[in-house]
Design a protein around this ligand. Sequence first.
Ligand code: PLP
Length: 447
Amino acid sequence: MKKYQSLVIKPLLDENYPVISHGEGIYLYDKDGKAYIDAASGAVTASIGHGNAEIIEAMNEQAKKVSFVYRSQFTSDAVEELARELNEWAGGDEDYYTFFVNSGSEATETAMKIAIQHFQERGLPQKNKIISRWTSYHGITIGALSMSGHKKRRERFHSLLADYPVVAPPACYRCPFGETYPACHLKCADDLITAIEKNGAEHIAAFIAEPIIGAAGAAIVPPPGYYERIMEICREHDILFIADEVMTGIARCGTPLGINHWDVLPDIIALGKGLSAGYTPIAAALCTETVLEPIKNGSNFIMSGHTYSANPQSAATALAVLRYVRKHGLIERSKENGTYLKTKLKSLFNYFACIGDVRGAGMMVGIEFVQHRSSKKPFDSQLGFTQKLVKAAQNNGLLIYPAGTARTKGDGDAVIIAPPLITTKEEIDEIVHRLKQSIEQILLEMP
Ligand code: PLP
């Protein structure tokens, strides 16, 4: 008999890998009938939970009309309506225009290309490098990975990656400068000046940042004033600011976008994940009219695109998700229940000295684990603390997201708790209970 199995799983070809049969609300059920609380929304994606009838109905309605048109021939009502809606979500007085793609990696890579093309069409083709932070993740494709500081995901492909400059992360728990806010005067933001001076502003197109650092840093929230200072520096040097909102966007952080925690409007915004809340693959790169202008007046063409870009089926799905989020007050709920979640997780300080830090915004909360809170010394990576915890939690019917930390560029032990935005306070209590139980179990096994 011929063998088969999809290769998306880890480890490859594992016959015992759980197979999900269905999902409902914040729960996923496997074929053996085991229920899991999806406290990571998959990969911080399924933000309105599973099996939502309103979204399924909207998907069916669009399928009855048309599921695919090719973007170089036609647009569709669903795509245009979604672009209009996203312009509202982006906020500010200036209009944002949207280029649709299918994954977060494509969104950041498109953002990068739009930034570079913007300067090309202004007659500045040498302005083509993108600065990022050494604790960052912007995607897995070669362009997106070139802008990412994620050590593990980069190391096999070094020879293919562009050698872009990186700056220090705004990580107060492990300040790269050994300072404390506010006495630090935002040295982490000013590190951008150092990188610009080293490389020459005439070679830099953009600075890209996750407003709140996700996979690589476990929900690191920069201090107040950080992005305002970043924006000032970008403006002074004619550099565009790209906000990678793939993880933080669409109500995840208790605000429409993660960047709304600061008073700045990015030049380019990348969206993914929560945009369709997992109901279909869709992502987007939004840019302001100012960014678009030289392209419109020049080649009048964005040199990018995929067969499935601007897919009407995906657009109708995302539109239904955005409307659902607004209609059910999920931005406000993310803020309120996110505060509750963080408080409950902080209460675990009383039980575990190995919890070093609890941080985040809205329904995206990170926990960093250390040998002892007083020393902040990380566990030996050989112990595989995070992997053990994620596994123990899964055995206890709880899905959590493994993440990196700002220590030595991405090592360390941390997880993100990011349940669907519909999660109730009672369900949050159950999440924290199962997490506590899982930590207790693995600590018993630690040497
Ligand atoms: N940007 C950020 C901030 C992300 O968290 C991710 C994925 O985790 C990506 C980009 C890449 O998105 P995708 O996995 O959809 O390609």
